[in-house]
Design a protein around this ligand. Structure first.
Ligand SMILES: [Zn+2]
Length: 240
């Protein structure tokens, strides 16, 4: 199977990418791009479900989103570390997938694995481009690194929001594949409980991010670099 992709989302746990950027991944697939996911752990430390159940759920969710490649780094769940061993593993996966754009978790997170995954992912993106670093495969450095900002409460304005209105139901179908994690749940990952059903919380949050770009549903992202504009007349989102 061809492992190379245009867009690669890297996250700590199976279900993380569906929650934070599932709509963006589905939209990229619809646009004709090759899309991949790297789950860093297998979910063996999760309170609900076991690793085998979560593997089957992740496979179903990948099919729903239409992603072409889903890889697992098999790093220790709840004990994720940014060390030599884990960097080598992720560098090898990045070299296999050769993405132009990588989506990582936001650098701040409630779950320690989310914070570590962000730092580990960014370091591995850089190191994958060093010819003499080690690991397997040809050197490859992704062009762009984006951070999924969904559900975070940090005082950080999104650098941009992706309009996921036309793929919102696809995102929700993918999220619902994780019945072992989410059925009856009131919180998940970076989503704090409000007493409402988790699926309703995701809808409400997605609608909020959508409202920032005057669309029904959106997913927010942060990037360190300044975004380039060639023609100010093409700018979206009404000011007044
Ligand atoms: Zn997670």
């Amino acid at each position: 199977m061809k492992q190379e992709v245009d867009l690669l989302a890297i996250a700590a746990h199976r279900d993380d990418v569906e929650l934070t950027c599932g709509g963006t991944l589905a939209k990229a697939v619809k646009a004709g791009h090759r899309v991949g996911v790297v789950d860093l752990t297998q979910g063996e430390a999760g309170t609900r479900g076991d690793a085998a159940t979560r593997a089957a759920e992740a496979e179903r969710a990948a099919k729903v989103l239409g992603v072409h490649v889903r890889l697992n780094a098999a790093l220790p769940d709840a004990h994720l570390e940014n060390n030599e061993t884990s960097r080598l593993k992720v560098v090898t996966l990045i070299r296999q997938a050769k993405p132009r754009v990588v989506i990582l978790p936001f650098p701040v997170g409630r779950h320690p694995d989310h914070r570590i995954a962000s730092e580990l992912g960014r370091d591995a993106c850089y190191l994958a481009g060093l010819a003499k670093y080690g690991g397997h495969g040809e050197p490859h450095r992704p062009f762009k690194v984006l951070y999924a900002l969904a559900y975070r409460e940090d005082p950080v304005k999104p650098s941009f929001v992706v309009d996921i209105s036309d793929v919102f139901e696809t995102k929700m179908t993918a999220v619902r594949c994780y019945g072992s994690q989410f059925d009856g749940a009131k919180a998940a990952g970076e989503i704090h409980p409000t007493g409402q059903d988790l699926y309703e919380l995701i809808r409400v949050q997605s609608a909020h991010y959508g409202s920032l770009i005057r669309r029904p549903y959106g997913e927010p992202f942060f990037c360190h670099e300044t975004l380039e504009v060639q023609d100010v007349l093409q700018l979206g989102v009404q000011s007044l």
